[in-house]
Each structure stands twice: as structure tokens, then as C-alpha cells.
Design a protein around this ligand. Structure first.
Ligand code: AMP
Ligand code: TRP
Length: 347
């Protein structure tokens, strides 16, 4: 892949990110994505948040569940403080430009780039990759389309999406080069804070994931207070007390993870958490973490449940968001087609 290209300062700052409606959400999604999406609204930059249903169907989804999960992610956006008056919230399939631009980018990107993606390798591990959908292979090119369709300059995501964002930069640079234009921005990934990679509660070397077979490995945004407290109490740790400094956590991934989670929930830093709990046993730290997690997550779970009571209102918000997103996307897509040499003579 090509060397990193400097981000282009000529583009108006714009933030875009997305979450797949492919099952329940975890504390990892909340700290790595949702919470940060909401915070970005305060920075005076336009924010666009998408529920990426076209990505979800790269593996088979039951249609009724897909509809439910799309509304559930939308409810999670709203419950996390993403405000439809300040951000655009919509589901990907309602703005047809995503699929159209993805096709054009499919013809720019190389197959070999797709095979190198670790998410593709992970999702096909132990299976016959030839038997996965063509969409699963092309997934990153659709993601590049999501981002480039809005001339997005910044994308807040968790650490696991870094490679896809580098690929987005490569696709933008190749399009610009192939057509001799400076049309698509070279987008910056925003992978910031102490919770860009929240780890499993059972194994500090594995990412917390909705697809982990062990429910005890993760906190779900739908877990009640007792379940959250129990999972934290049972989280794997080593027998030592918390160290005096952050360096003392270097080879203690489980302890480091809990400290990171505490810092992210509290809105402080791992350094501050260690200062507060230096020398404390997990018997002291875990109940404090459980209280903090319940205090921060319960209002979100409750708000999500409230929003889910009114699916018509959720659908209305998605429809309105889609119209606003389409207004930004349409001229960029039209210009892309013109650059590529396509005739548009419809009136
Ligand atoms: P997904 O659920 O795979 O669509 O991911 C949605 C967003 O959550 C992406 O920005 C991911 O990087 C982020 N995310 C997912 N799992 C984690 C995790 N364990 N730690 C931090 N961020 C995560
Ligand atoms: N691939 C991302 C994930 O699994 C979801 C996603 C799709 C996305 N399109 C995006 C994230 C555009 C950021 C920007 O988490």
C-alpha cells in the first residue's frame, strides 16, 4: 500500500462515523465510539452518524432482526446524547449514493488490498473464505464510500478500524491520482482517549466483542445494574494490588484494561486513576468500578428503552437525517460521476 499522504487542509472539516446493526452493543462500542461521537458535537464541526445496514448484510441477517437492530443502534445514538438537531443521524441504505460510490471505488481499489484486511481474515478464519459473500470482501470499499461521499475529513473510531481507514486514504489517493484530480480528501482517523480498544473481561489480550461466545467477557448496553456489577466482580485479574505508577501496569493487561475503562467512564485519565487507587486491592477497586459503570450506563440503557417504545419516531428521525445526508452527498456523487466520464442528462 502507498505511503501515508498528508491530510488535505483545503476541505471543510466534517466528521462521519458508523456502527453496524449486527447485534447488541457493548461497553467497547460505547466508550470507543458512541461516547466520543456525542463529544464531537461540541467542537463546532458538522457531525454525521450512520447506521450501516448495507455493511451488516455482508453476513446474513434475519430481516426482522435487522430492522430491530437498526432502530436499536439509532436509540443508542440518541441515548448517548447525539442530538438530531446538531448531528445528522440516518441509516446507510436510505441514501443511495453510498452504494453508487462504492461501485465506482470497487473499480479503483485492488482485490489484493481487500484480502490483506485483518477484519476479513478474522471473519473468515476457520471457514472457507471462498464461500463468504463478495460483499464481505468488498466491505472496506463501501466503508471508503461512506466516508468519501461527504468529503469527510475526520472519522472517530476504535483501534480495530485503523486499517480500514488507512485503506480509505489509499483509495482516495488512487482515485485522485488515476483521474488527475484533487477531489477526495485524505481523511484523518481519530483514535483517541483511553478506551480505543476495550478488552474482554475474561482475557486482557482479546478485544471486547459482541461476537465473543462468553457473555461474561463483555458488558452489554442492555445489561441491568446487577449483571454489570457481577461481570465486573468476576472479571479476570492478577493477585497484585494496583501499582503506584502507570508503568507498573505494563505487563498486566487485565488490570490495565479495568483502569482504562474506569478512566474513560469517568472522563479522566489512566494516570489520574492510578494516583487515586495506588496500592489498592481489586477487592476495593472493582466495586468502585462497578458503581461507576452502573451510574454511567444505566441512564443510557433506560433512555434506549424509552426511545425503543416509539419506533415510528425513530424512523422519522432516520428519514429526516437521510434527506439531510442526501443533500450533502448528491452533488459530491454527481461530481464524481462527471470526473469518471459518465453522462448525466436526466432532468
Ligand atoms: P462495530 O460494532 O464493529 O460496528 O463497531 C462500531 C464502533 O465501535 C467502531 O468504531 C469500533 O472501532 C468500535 N469498537 C468496537 N469494539 C470496540 C472495543 N472493544 N473497544 C473500543 N472500540 C470498539
Ligand atoms: N466498519 C466499521 C465497524 O465495523 C463500521 C463502519 C462502516 C464505519 N462505515 C464506516 C465506521 C465509516 C466509520 C466510518 O466498526
Amino acid at each position: 500500500m502507498s505511503a501515508p499522504v498528508a491530510a488535505n487542509p483545503a476541505f471543510t472539516p466534517r466528521i462521519f462515523s458508523g456502527i453496524q446493526p449486527s447485534g447488541g452493543m457493548t461497553l467497547g462500542n460505547y466508550l470507543g465510539a458512541l461516547k466520543r461521537f456525542a463529544e464531537k458535537q461540541d467542537e463546532g464541526i458538522e457531525t454525521i452518524y450512520c447506521v450501516v445496514d448495507l455493511h451488516a448484510i455482508t453476513v446474513w441477517q434475519d430481516p426482522e432482526k435487522l430492522r430491530h437492530q437498526t432502530r436499536e443502534i439509532t436509540a443508542a445514538y440518541l441515548a448517548s446524547g447525539i442530538d438530531p438537531a446538531r448531528s445528522i443521524i440516518f441509516n446507510q441504505s436510505q441514501v443511495t449514493g453510498h452504494a453508487e460510490l462504492a461501485w465506482i471505488l470497487n473499480c479503483v481499489a485492488r482485490i489484493g488490498w481487500m484480502y490483506r484486511m485483518t477484519q476479513f481474515k478474522d471473519k473468515t478464519a476457520g471457514k472457507n473464505a471462498e464461500n463468504s459473500s463478495l460483499g464481505l470482501l468488498a466491505y472496506p470499499s463501501l466503508m471508503a464510500a461512506d466516508i468519501l461521499l461527504y468529503h469527510t475529513t475526520q472519522v472517530p473510531v476504535g483501534e480495530d478500524q485503523k486499517q480500514h481507514l488507512e485503506l480509505t486514504r489509499d483509495i482516495a489517493a488512487k482515485f485522485n491520482h488515476d483521474y488527475g484530480v484533487d477531489f477526495f480528501p485524505i481523511t484523518e482517523p481519530l483514535i483517541e482517549g483511553s478506551a480505543t480498544r476495550v478488552m474482554s473481561l475474561r482475557d486482557g489480550t482479546k478485544k471486547m466483542s459482541k461476537s465473543d461466545p462468553s457473555d461474561a467477557s463483555r458488558i452489554n448496553l442492555t445489561d441491568d445494574a446487577d449483571t454489570i456489577a457481577k461481570k465486573i466482580r468476576k472479571a479476570t485479574t492478577d493477585p497484585n494490588p494496583l501499582p503506584e505508577t502507570l508503568e507498573g501496569l505494563k505487563d498486566r493487561p487485565e488490570a490495565r484494561n479495568l483502569v482504562n475503562i474506569y478512566a474513560a467512564l469517568e472522563g479522566s485519565t489512566p494516570e489520574a486513576v492510578i494516583r487515586e487507587f495506588a496500592g489498592a486491592q481489586f477487592g476495593t477497586f472493582k466495586p468502585r468500578l462497578a458503581d461507576l459503570a452502573v451510574a454511567k450506563l444505566s441512564p443510557i440503557t433506560e433512555a434506549m428503552n424509552r426511545y425503543m417504545q416509539d419506533p415510528a419516531e425513530i424512523d422519522r428521525i432516520l428519514g429526516e437525517g437521510a434527506a439531510r445526508a442526501d443533500a450533502i452527498a448528491s452533488p459530491i456523487l454527481a461530481k464524481t460521476k462527471e470526473i469518471v466520464g459518465m453522462i448525466n442528462s436526466r432532468r
